[in-house]
Each structure stands twice: as C-alpha cells, then as structure tokens.
Design a protein around this ligand. Structure first.
Ligand SMILES: [Fe+2]
Length: 452
C-alpha cells in the first residue's frame, strides 16, 4: 500500500485530504509543520509528500528540498493558493511532481495523487526496461570476449555502472590456484582477505565497515570457482538492493561462462603452440646446416637485449619470437632448402615467403600477436630493401632490429650447403659494411663489442 504524508498548518485541509485519500485505499499520515514532517520522512516508508507552501518555520519549498536529500525517490505535490503560484512552478522545476491550486475539490485531489503514482510506475518500468536492455548488451559483449583481462575489465565496469558502486575489483584464480588481481577500480587492498574467503566458501558474502558496504561474488562454473568480483559503496551510499544483487548474479554467471571458454581456448592455443614448437625442432633436426639455429639466435638475442637494458615486455617478446622466427620454412621444399647450386629467382621467391608463412602459422595463437610482428620482419633492412614489407629502420622496433642482427650473425657463423662458415674477421667486416643499410647501427655497435 502506498503511503502518503500530508503537511499543512491548517487542520481543515489536512483532515479533509486525509479522509479523501484514505478512502482511496492509501495509508495516510499527517503533520502540522515541516519539522515534524521531516522526522516522519526520516523514519522512511513514505512514497508521496503532499505539502502546503506557506507554513511557519520550514516552508514547503524548503521541506521538499530537505526531504529529497533524505529520500531521493520521494514524490511530492505542492498545495498552494494563487498568491504563491509562481513559487509552485519553481518547486516543480526543482523536482516537485505537481501542484494543486487551493481551493481544490476532492476530484482534483484524487486525480493529482493518482496521476503522480501512475507516472512514477511508468518511470520505474522504463528504468527497468533500460536496465534490462543494458544488461542484455553487456552480457552479449561478455560472451564475445575471450581475453581474460578484457573480460574482467568489462565485467567490473558494467557492474559498477549498473549498481552505482564506487569501487571494486575482479580477482581470478591463476594456474597455480592462487587468486590474482585482474583489475581494480579504486583502492581495494583492504578487501583482499574477504575475496579469498568468498572464493573458499563459493557463495556471495557481504561486509559492512567504516568504509561502506561491500559485496563479494564468486565467479563460478558448477562447483569450480574461477574468480571473485567485489564491489563497494561508500559510507554515505545506499546499500546494494535486492535488484542490484540479482543483476550482479546474472553478470557474474555470464562472466563465469566466458571465463571457462577463455580457459578452454587458451588450452587449445597452448596445444597448438607446442605442436608448432615440435615442428620447428623437427625442421631443424632434419637439416644439419640449420640444426640449433633458432636456439642460438634466441640466446644471442637475449645477450644483446641485456646490453640495451630492454624493457621486460620486450625481452619477453624476443623469448617468444626468436625460437619460432624461421617456422615458415616448413612450407619450403627440402630441395630448395638444401640446394648446393645457385638459387633461381623462383627459389628465392619461395625462400622469401617464409616470414609471411610464419606470420600466418602463428596467427591463431592470440597471445603471440606482438611476437608475430618480430617474426614477420626478421628479414627487413634499415634501408627498406628487405622483405616481406620493405620496412625501414624508422618503422622497425628495437627487438626486431636485435633479431635481424642475431639471425644474420648465426647465418654467417654457420656452414651452409653452398659455403663454409665465415671467419670472425669476415663477420666483423660484414657487419661494418651493413651498418646503417642492412643493420641498425646501435645493434651493430653492441655485437661488435661482443665479438671483440
Ligand atoms: Fe629467416
């Protein structure tokens, strides 16, 4: 039953309105002044405030303002005479729902109140519909996201937006079974302990502290906990409503499905990668001239990268790219690879395709996206005369420039079907000759230092 509070300093109006509205089935309480009215609003449970404007102490305008602060959802209708009509209009601009011009009859009173409740219902339905549409869009996005960090980010941002939470975080269970923080908004360090507890219990937990109200939702598939999402509203915020919780459960379920897909997908990628690595080993094992080449290039890349004080992520890229840089050679026939006589233009074309083939072979492995670029460009040159894309030194990054030099060094230092390995002196000479045209000068300087 909707509850109405009538505030007027005139007993007659108060009693008349009360009788009419109670007759309509509303629960009605009354107040003779603003102060008493505020104390009633503070107690909560009031849906509509029907107030006079001109009252001693706190007038109607001020009452509405203060009441809105106590309960932002409170509906209000102003009762006013002609003299204060302009004030009533102002009250509407400031958030009152409607006004009743005194003297009003019973029908006008009934109509105004029922109109206000009707409009409120429509607004609520609209808001719910909007929320559902938003939820649908988010859950579609969640199901289309496979990358764990992107998924965590999307989940948290949507959850915060839908519940007006102030801060939160998503923790995921890593391979070793530990909880790892995937994404946080605001400081969440104080919540870590409860995150672990929610994961252990496998059910939602709530916590109220001086900092506000927090909830912890396990991201679960069956009995398996894949992670935990936590959200917090500040000291002054409202707590999480049953609607909030329902919505968060839906989001958490959808995210858990996507997380499980992500696990399956990355297992699939790992399996694919290990197949490729075996292929690469097999390719070199069958060829005495290139046996161990990738391994040696990898080691040299790391040696060089240390001299450059390369960022951790770039060193990692080299770790990923170097062992696989020649994988594209699986598409070249042994006849061409082992030819002792001069290569024909067609043979060259076949050989020059190997960086592009490698790029394609590695494409299904999402996390090698960056490393693939290095693989693709390990035969480019500073002067843009390399292959496959003719990039120049300005377009190549340092890890790529490093692998270009490391690859060339190992090629020169190894026997080939058509020539013996080069002496150290010849190699130094070749690097000096190619400095600035084939090789990046800064990398040449470092390898010459290493060779001397
Ligand atoms: Fe190569």
């Amino acid at each position: 039953m909707s509850k109405i509070l009538i505030v007027d300093d005139e007993d007659i109006i108060r009693d008349m309105a009360k009788e009419v509205l109670a007759g309509e089935g509303y629960e009605v309480i009354t107040a003779g002044d603003g102060r008493f009215a505020l104390s009633k609003i503070e107690e909560g449970g009031i849906d509509l405030l029907l107030t006079d404007i001109k009252m001693p102490e706190i007038d109607g305008m001020e009452l509405i303002k203060k009441a809105k602060k106590l309960d932002p959802n409170l509906l209000s209708i102003i009762m006013t005479g002609y003299a204060t009509l302009e004030t009533a209009r102002k009250a509407i601009r400031e958030g009152a729902y409607d006004y009743l011009l005194k003297p009003f009859d019973l029908i006008e009173l009934r109509m105004a109140v029922s109109k206000a409740f009707q409009r409120r219902r429509l607004e609520e339905e609209n808001a719910r519909l909007k929320q559902l549409t938003g939820l649908f869009e988010v859950s579609q996005k969640l199901s289309g996201t496979i990358e764990k960090d992107a998924l965590s980010n999307l989940l948290l941002k949507s959850a915060i937006a839908q519940t007006q939470a102030e801060r939160g975080g998503v923790w995921l269970v890593d391979e070793s079974g530990e909880m790892r923080r995937a994404v946080t908004i605001g400081d969440n360090s104080d919540l870590k302990k409860m995150v672990g507890k929610a994961a252990q219990k496998g059910r939602p937990l709530s916590m109220a502290s001086d900092e506000g109200k927090a909830i912890f939702l396990p991201l679960k598939r069956g009995k398996k906990v894949l992670g935990v999402m936590t959200l917090q509203k500040g000291k002054l915020g409202t707590s999480f409503s049953p609607g909030d919780r329902e919505l968060l459960n839906l989001l958490a379920n959808q995210a858990a499905v996507s997380l499980e897909n992500s696990h399956l997908f990355s297992n699939l990628q790992d399996a694919y990668l290990s197949t490729i690595k075996s292929l690469s080993l097999l390719l070199e094992a069958n060829d005495p001239y290139i046996k161990g080449h990738s391994q040696r290039v990898t080691e040299l890349c790391l040696k060089l990268s240390k001299r450059f004080d390369l960022e951790e992520k770039d060193v990692e890229l080299l770790w990923e790219a170097a062992p696989l840089h020649d994988i594209g050679k699986i598409a070249i026939s042994n006849e061409i690879l082992h030819k002792r006589e001069k290569l024909s233009p067609a043979d060259w074309e076949a050989i020059k395709s190997h960086p592009v083939v490698a790029d394609e072979v590695l494409a299904p492995i999402g996390f090698l996206r960056q490393a693939r670029k290095i693989v693709r460009h390990h035969h480019e040159r500073e002067d843009g005369k390399g292959y496959p894309d003719g990039l120049t030194g300005e377009e190549l990054d340092l890890p790529t420039k490093i692998i270009i030099v490391a690859d060339a060094y190992d090629a020169m230092a190894s026997d080939r079907p058509y020539r013996r390995r080069l002496t150290k002196e010849r190699i130094i000479e070749e690097f000096k000759k190619g400095e600035g045209s084939q090789f990046a000068p800064e990398v040449v300087h470092i390898i010459l230092e290493l060779l001397n």
